[in-house]
Ligand binder design. Structure first.
Ligand code: FAD
Length: 421
């Protein structure tokens, strides 16, 4: 099978590689279900969608393979996104944002997935979806000017630092400690698995500020690159998301001034909870968009690839597999859009968001595996330029979904407790 080119595989040119990058479907949104726009999206979101798609095709997709090999995408990506207004879609104009809302960011998340690199989407997503929102929501005016304004301009990159070597799911067990001193705090401890942490100019960092146990004694400090004693101790290697940087961070007697306290002292747990909902919706949206792409790639290949004298899509096993992929996609999309609608309406959506995250992340892993299976050796081997590599990446990248942002087991715990169990 090795050495078989796209033409020989009968792969349609429209989904083939144009410039060494990944395939972009021209009408991904609603293309398979044929219904077009679905609420909460409106006609007004389509212009944004079209312009982001063109940006992704031009500036990101062609470089996905290269950045994967480099284990890094350049900071210039943030500057280019900023120049298009894409780092501040939901923020008010007074901070350099576009004055939109979370639905605009939802469009951005879906379209970013089209670059075919989970690492790029995650690196940008950490900045846009989990690190800057708490600065906007809980920051003082001075903090917004100092951190949010340059973050929207792509001049300062932000990361969120909660997880520690000894503490993942059990957030209340954070050990990184901030001791009160005159004019601020002295921080000691470490963080790990921090997306964007190698390049970050500011890390929104969870610290223990009180000996009080449980959730009570948590606070957030804005720890800045260059503060004495704050270092990137390791750039971590990982299964997927290769283009993104994931850091282990060390804090050794780092003095953080009073003005870098984000939100109220000892009320950091509320910041974490406020952040989780959007993070989980964002992950669900990314998974749905990835499944859409994988489904389209699979249908296309199943129509073109012939075995035993007919297209493999005419073989019942393949046809049924694709049917089931579509069911997983549509069920995930329905629950994700439902939770997005509730969230956008300002309703309590914990239950629906948790369900959407749980369903979509596992479904996306299964759909990626199905897509690989349908492509056979041409999925496993780099036989179809721009296609094989994007499917392989999807298999690796999407596996993070059931772990990051709260594991599947934690999602089930939340749901079980919601039902009084
Ligand atoms: C690539 C990557 C990027 C990340 N980016 C960030 C980031 O930017 N910022 C950040 O702060 N964190 C980040 N994380 C951390 C991520 O949020 C954690 O990995 C996740 O919360 C799980 O924590 P853990 O890995 O320590 O697993 P653990 O909590 O140690 O869990 C291990 C296993 O035990 C299970 N388990 C734990 N508690 C329970 C329970 N109560 N009931 C049943 N089962 C349970 C888990 O589900 C899991 O299967 C990232 C992680 C990865 C891998």
């Amino acid at each position: 099978m090795s050495g078989v080119g796209a033409g020989e595989m009968g792969y349609p040119p429209s989904l083939g590689n144009r410039s060494g990058g990944n395939p972009i479907s021209p009408a991904r949104h609603g293309a398979v279900n044929g219904r077009g726009l679905e609420p909460p999206f409106k006609e007004s979101h389509e212009a944004l969608r079209v312009s982001i798609r063109a940006f992704v095709e031009r500036e990101l997709a062609p470089y996905a393979d290269q950045w994967e090999d480099d284990r890094w995408f350049p900071n210039e990506v943030f500057e280019k996104l900023a120049a298009e207004g894409l780092l501040g879609l939901k923020y008010p104009g007074e901070y350099g944002g576009e004055g939109g809302d979370y639905l605009d960011d939802a469009v951005l998340i879906e379209e970013l997935s089209g670059c075919g690199s989970g690492g790029v989407a995650a690196g940008v997503g950490a900045h846009v979806n989990i690190a800057t929102p708490p600065i906007f929501k809980f920051g003082t005016e001075e903090q917004k000017q100092r951190f949010l304004v340059p973050a929207i301009k792509g001049e300062k990159i932000a990361a969120l630092g909660i997880t520690e070597p000894g503490t993942g799911s059990d957030v209340a067990g954070i050990r990184t400690h901030a001791k009160r001193v005159e004019g601020g705090w002295v921080v000691n401890g470490s963080k790990t698995f921090i997306t964007g942490g190698v390049r970050a100019d500011v890390v929104v960092t969870a610290v223990k500020t009180s000996p009080e146990g449980g959730h009570g004694g948590l606070s957030f400090l804005l720890v800045e690159k260059g503060m004495e004693g704050f270092t990137v101790s390791k750039k971590l290697e990982k299964l997927g998301w290769h283009a993104s940087d994931t850091a282990e961070l060390a804090f050794q007697d780092v003095f953080v001034p009073d003005e870098n306290l984000l939100g109220e002292e000892n009320r950091g747990f509320y910041l974490i909870m406020a952040n989780f909902q959007w993070e989980r919706i964002a992950m669900a949206l990314g998974a749905v968009a990835a499944m859409q792409r994988l489904l389209e790639q699979s249908i296309s290949y199943a129509n073109e690839r012939e075995q035993f004298g007919r297209p493999i899509g005419k073989l019942q096993a393949i046809r049924h597999k694709i049917a089931h992929m579509a069911v997983k996609l549509e069920a995930s999309r329905a629950l994700t859009y439902h939770s997005l609608r509730l969230f956008h309406d300002g309703q309590d959506a914990i239950r629906e968001v948790t369900m959407a995250k749980l369903l979509s992340q596992r479904a996306a892993c299964e759909v990626a595996d199905d897509a690989l299976q349908i492509h056979g050796g041409a999925g496993y081997v780099d036989a179809i330029p721009g296609v094989s590599s994007s499917i392989q990446r999807a298999v690796r990248d999407l596996r993070l979904g059931p772990i990051g942002g709260g594991t599947d087991e934690v999602m089930r715990e939340i749901l079980g407790r919601q039902m009084g169990l």
